[in-house]
Design a binder for this molecule. Structure first.
Ligand code: ATP
Ligand code: MG
Length: 316
């Protein structure tokens, strides 16, 4: 993609003060790709998980979500990490609405937490408020505590569907642990997206994640599986990064999206401007790579998991 592929369209939104006066319009800029992405046959729910910290979970969650939304799809990001990094990157105020703590602990409907992400036509976020850090302890005595998110999400998805505005993608950003928050996400999802940082020890944690998934399949959710692997912070100049990438290719040929996300300054700068790299610098290599990954995810959602994938762009 080049810059020309992203157009800054404008949508006229009626002013809140004078809904009747159609001449008075507030203009809001919305980023859209010229080439739309295919709509999945049903809502696809991804949990972005890896118990290792700092591997690019949040960065991948928000940028893939942003790219899918720019492709014309309806996307919800659930920030399930008390750190609230996804909220920061999406420019969502964690204190404005109830958050995931209230959803999980106080049975507040997910719909009450939803905030629109500025600058996108159909990207929403359910924020992680600070109280979420205490949710795992608060939930310990609850009945069916592992499936609370699943019921809340299913209710919200049904509401959206009934309103004729079905969600295309739900992307859940998890904390770096396999505790009750992550288990709630894994119980609610069919697809797990695992970001793997191309560094030493990267693959070691994956076996623990796979073991946990095996237990969740038996006890809670027979359908959950790792469907997607993304290589993050890839530095093609290092032998180690290439070796890790080769290992992942060998072990996960179906799951890997072979468009490594380069280690890139623009990606790490974007959150400090409350943005994803998709809006912060859409023509930067990081944004182009995340766009490629999102397109591939969208393409797989249409052809079905067993059909071969389109060929990925490889970084030199
Ligand atoms: N491709 C990249 N290039 C450069 N920096 C990156 C890239 N991807 C992520 N980062 C930076 O690395 C750090 C960790 O990334 P991120 O927060 O996405 O990881 P995480 O797995 O969500 O972390 P945590 O486990 O704490 O939730 C952040 O400062 C982020 O800006
Ligand atoms: Mg994170």
């Amino acid at each position: 993609m080049d810059t020309a592929a992203v157009s800054r369209e404008t949508e006229a939104v009626p002013s809140h003060n004078s809904p009747e006066k159609t001449t008075e319009k507030k203009v809001v800029g919305v980023r859209r790709l010229k080439e739309a992405m295919p709509t999945p046959t049903k809502t696809r729910i991804f949990t972005v998980a890896n118990q290792k910290g700092g591997v690019g979970k949040t960065t991948s969650a928000v940028n893939i979500a942003a790219a899918l939304a720019m492709g014309g799809l309806k996307v919800l990001v659930i920030d399930l990490d008390p750190q609230g990094n996804a909220c920061t990157a999406l420019g969502v105020d964690r204190n404005k609405t109830p958050g995931m703590f209230e959803v999980l602990v106080d049975e507040v409907p997910l719909a009450h937490t939803i905030q629109k992400v500025p600058g996108f036509a159909a990207l929403e976020c359910a924020p992680a408020n600070k109280e979420l850090a205490g949710a795992e302890i608060a939930m310990v005595s609850f009945v069916a505590r592992e499936s609370i998110l699943k019921s809340a999400l299913l209710d919200y998805m049904s509401e959206r569907e009934a309103a004729g505005s079905r969600l295309d993608y739900v992307i859940i950003d998890c904390p770096p642990s396999l505790g009750l928050l992550t288990i709630n996400a894994l119980a609610a999802t069919e697809e797990v997206l695992v970001p793997i940082q191309c560094e030493y020890y990267s693959l070691e944690g994956i076996s623990l994640l796979m073991e946990t998934l095996g237990k969740i399949r038996k006890a809670l959710n027979p359908l959950v599986r790792v469907s997607t692997i993304v290589l993050t912070m890839f530095d093609s100049r290092t032998r180690l990064a290439n070796d890790v990438a080769d290992d992942v290719r060998r072990h996960f040929p179906q799951e890997l999206i072979d468009i490594p996300i380069p280690r890139a300054v623009r990606i790490s700068e974007a959150p400090s401007f409350n943005q994803t790299v998709m809006t912060y610098d859409a023509s930067s290599p990081g944004a182009i790579a995340y766009l490629g990954v999102a397109r591939e995810i969208a393409a797989r959602g249409v052809v079905g998991e067993s059909v071969s994938r389109t060929e990925g762009v490889k970084y030199p």
